[in-house]
Write a protein that binds this ligand. Structure first.
Ligand SMILES: [Zn+2]
Length: 328
């Protein structure tokens, strides 16, 4: 479960039971002064045990360890409260740290439910969908005090000097860590192999897919020989992977435009007609939590088409619908 990737940089596979992601890649960077833990895992027992077993195998003293969250999602932030001591700094971007603390509060999930309701998610399924959402079930429970990370900030650990690169898209405040001397990048979920990072539909950011595509271009300009991803395999050829991810979203945008040829629809209806790589025989049989991700994905693509003028958004009685612009 623990593997040394580079001198002093270890990957700990933190199990995510019953998730198609299987595990979060947490990274521990050891140094004689302070260690840095990049990302944690879900706040549930199996994940906690995997992370703490890994830290114990590396003889990590938690009081000498700081934490850095690449983004807000519970599979990265969930165990922050379990690992952090009073001496630990917890690094995260401003917006994502605010959402991490909001997720444990009373209004965040009902607000998300209202937003998905406006995009066509049936009211009778919404309460259960929000209740079963892993982000809600496995988030860190008590609000944390964060050290805010912004573009260009440097975090030094032993021989490594990591520069924060803001890459909004997967979440509003997703950051990558770039180490120019060793040409490595901690990508969080901005760039993954094997799977396509989903683009979270959030009210805090307009056109998240547009931001995501720009963030891919930003990383494409860096000299990188190894990407330490947030899940699954590490990546050698980042430029090839970025090309694949961009193509994937172009294909998705084309698919959504094709679906809208049948007329005005909401994001829920569009999601029901998109193709999904999931173990369910039909849209009606999708687990509710997966439906939330799917509708979010449809909505981020519709919003991007709206921002680039190919689709019109129509609001009727608080409900959002989309249709092709006349120019098409
Ligand atoms: Zn993740």
């Amino acid at each position: 479960m623990v593997q040394e990737i580079l001198p002093g940089i270890y990957r700990i596979k933190v199990l995510l039971p019953r998730s198609p992601l299987e595990a979060t890649n947490s990274y521990l960077i050891k140094s004689r002064e302070r260690n840095l833990l990049v990302d944690t895992g879900w706040n549930r027992e199996e994940s906690r045990k995997a992370l703490f077993d890994g830290l114990a195998a590396l003889d990590v003293v938690l009081e000498e360890t700081d934490i850095l969250l690449t983004h807000l999602h519970a599979d990265h932030s969930g165990l922050t409260g379990a690992v952090a001591t009073e001496k630990s700094k917890i690094y995260c971007s401003r917006i994502d740290s605010e959402i991490v603390n909001a997720m444990a509060g009373a209004t965040y999930w009902p607000d998300i439910g209202v937003m998905f309701g406006a995009h066509g998610f049936p009211a009778e399924d919404l309460v259960q969908a929000m209740r079963s959402h892993p982000g809600r079930r496995y988030c860190t429970r008590k609000p944390q005090v964060f050290t805010t990370l912004s573009e260009g900030d440097v975090v030094e650990v032993g021989d490594y000097r990591f520069t924060c690169v803001e890459t909004p898209g997967h979440t509003p405040g997703q950051v990558c860590l770039y180490e120019p001397k060793h040409k490595i990048l901690f990508s969080g979920d901005h760039i993954l192999d094997d799977i396509t990072p989903n683009i979270t539909f959030e009210k805090y950011i307009e056109d998240p897919l547009g931001h995501y595509l720009k963030s891919l271009d930003k990383i494409d300009r860096l000299d990188i020989s190894l990407v330490l991803t947030g899940h699954k395999r590490l990546i050698d050829d980042i430029h090839k992977r970025i090309g694949e991810l961009k193509q994937h979203h172009q294909d998705r945008l084309g698919e959504v435009l094709g679906i809208l040829r049948s007329g005005q629809m909401d994001a829920y209806q569009v999601a029901g007609q998109m193709t999904w790589d999931i173990d369910a025989e039909s849209w009606d049989l999708f687990p509710l939590a997966q439906k939330v991700f799917a509708v979010g994905e449809a909505a981020t693509h519709l919003e991007h088409l709206q921002h680039t003028g190919r689709v019109k958004r129509i609001e009727t009685n608080g409900k959002m619908f989309y249709e092709l612009t006349k120019a098409l």
